[in-house]
Design a protein around this ligand. Structure first.
Ligand code: G5P
Ligand code: MG
Length: 216
């Protein structure tokens, strides 16, 4: 079992707000894999005003994808840092060149794809609150913080994501259709894609768990 576990390299795909972060956290907890969310890491860099943060801020704020060069450099470093650990990449790859780059470094053994209707997504992001330093995410009525407006662990204030404004969510959904849809086909052609469709994470989770148990 230890051998099989050492080979776990997975990618989670899905439109903005489809639940990638939520599902990834559950997988990380249950299977002890290293969850690498490119969006969370980039938001952290923006908050800390690092060089990378300054470089990518405009893209995240406006709901556009960060250029491939910068993303690939960043992710290959993150993968190196997680040396030897099992990982789950959330939010990468989002373009075919990114998928090709990942194949050249470390091909994934599984790609989970979440399919959630746009109308459900638009409702969800309205109610999302986040804790930037940790990447913890809350949703009013689904995963409420214990104290309204405060992070459960640190008690620090929660914030809204700038890119969760309705017009920017629309732009992100558009970017997804145009640039990330081909990534789904890319993995499907290689026989790596497992698709999970539904309107709630709790409905998809047992199916995802079953699929992972069969592999790990
Ligand atoms: P991100 O950060 O990767 P997105 O747009 O791909 O952003 P996002 O918004 O983080 O994805 P998610 O992780 O798929 O969504 O979803 P989530 O956070 O788990 O769930 C959404 C909300 O719904 C949460 O509040 C959650 O609690 C709630 N929720 C979950 N399930 C349910 C449910 O069943 N019911 C209810 N009611 N609520 C639920 O990328 C951001 C930006 O970073 C850059 C780009 O600029 C991008 O726009 N970027 C990249 N650019 C280029 N290449 C890359 N590889 C990049 N990666 C990041
Ligand atoms: Mg996310």
């Amino acid at each position: 079992a230890a051998q099989a576990q050492a080979a776990f390299r997975a990618v989670i795909l899905g439109a903005p707000g489809s639940g990638k972060g939520t599902v990834s956290n559950r997988i990380a907890k249950l299977f002890g894999v290293c969850h690498i969310s490119t969006g969370d890491r980039l938001r952290y860099h923006i908050a800390k005003q690092t060089d990378l943060g300054k470089q990518v801020k405009e893209y995240l704020d406006s709901g556009k994808l960060v250029p491939d060069d910068a993303m690939m450099k960043f992710v290959s470093q993150e993968i190196k840092l997680s040396k030897g650990q099992n990982w789950l990449l959330d939010g990468f790859p989002r373009t075919v060149p990114q998928a090709e780059m990942l194949d050249s470094v470390h091909p994934p053994s599984l790609v989970i794809n979440l399919t959630v209707p746009d109308a459900v997504i638009l409702e969800r992001v309205k109610n999302r609150w986040i804790h930037v330093p940790s990447g913890r995410v809350y949703n009013i009525g689904f995963s409420d913080p214990k104290v309204p407006g405060k992070d459960d662990v640190t008690g620090e204030p929660l914030t809204k994501r700038r890119d969760d404004q309705p017009e920017i969510v629309q732009r992100r959904l558009h970017e997804y259709e145009e640039k990330t849809r081909p990534v789904i086909d890319y993995y499907d052609e290689r026989g790596l894609l497992k698709d999970f469709a539904g309107v709630s994470t709790d409905e998809l989770w047992p199916q995802i768990q079953k699929c992972l148990h069969a592999l790990i």
